[in-house]
Design a protein. Structure first.
Length: 250
């Protein structure tokens, strides 16, 4: 399965050499100190039904995506999504995720889950606002101490749940423009640029981590769920828990 434009092709990686190249690609994106996923493991998982894909232009990898099966045959765990620093702003992250959706639906997979740093605006904008994923689980210091671009604060993560046939997701698939933010009962703001804050003010970054951690964990415990992200104000939108696959409130 390939998705192509005049200058871009998104496809599965199809050789050991490409899998090995993806290790170097991961280090370019996350830093030399952040261990890359091993090509041997990715090869084995690919043979067992996992997805290892890349976005290519003129033979060069610009983006990378790695997902693997879970204990539930209709759910995939999406482990890595990366776009090279010099190729950002091209919408490659979204293109790779829509490719993943098509790939999964062809194989009877109807939900994809992944974790992401709730303080990274670019990830919240993609995962929640553009793709229509939702979240109701907060994972404290999920990976323990991390290196590379994630060094310096606890590795808290949100568990994004992407229901591939949910009405909001189907609508976004046919009209990928980010819909306006609306319908929230509660808002939680995050920093506009957490990466810069972490580099320039580590104590401030830690304070923001703890503030957002407290706000989201309290909201989830009180029956709220992340259902949107306002890209203008940089705020999560939370509503009372509902069935994400149908949009009905519980």
């Amino acid at each position: 399965m390939n998705q192509s434009t005049a200058d871009l092709t998104i496809r599965e990686l199809n050789s050991v050499d490409e899998l090995k190249s993806s290790e170097a690609f991961q280090r370019e994106v996350w830093g030399e100190d952040d261990p890359a996923d091993n090509s041997d493991i990715m090869l084995a998982l690919q043979h067992e039904g996992g997805l290892v894909a890349g976005a290519f232009a003129d033979g060069r990898m610009l983006g990378f995506l790695f997902g693997f099966p879970t204990r539930q045959p209709d759910i995939q765990h999406s482990h890595r999504l990366a776009v090279h620093p010099d190729s950002r702003g091209m919408g490659l992250g979204a293109k790779l995720k829509w490719y993943q959706r098509d790939w999964c639906l062809e194989r009877g997979i109807t939900m994809v889950r992944w974790t992401y740093d709730p303080l990274r605006r670019v990830n919240a904008s993609l995962n929640i606002a553009r793709l229509g994923a939702t979240a109701g689980t907060y994972l404290l210091d999920y990976y323990g101490k991390m290196e590379g671009i994630n060094a310096g604060v606890a590795s808290d993560r949100l568990l994004a749940e992407w229901h591939l046939t949910a009405p909001d997701v189907v609508q976004r698939a046919s009209n990928p423009l980010t819909p306006p933010a609306s319908g929230d009962d509660l808002r939680v703001a995050i920093p506009a640029d957490f990466g810069a804050l972490l580099s320039n003010d580590p104590k401030g970054a830690l304070a923001e981590r703890l503030r957002v951690r407290a706000a989201l964990t309290a909201a989830f415990a009180d029956g709220f769920r992340v259902s949107g992200f306002d890209t203008e104000t940089c705020e999560y939108l939370l509503t009372r828990r509902s069935d994400p696959a149908s949009g009905r409130h519980a």
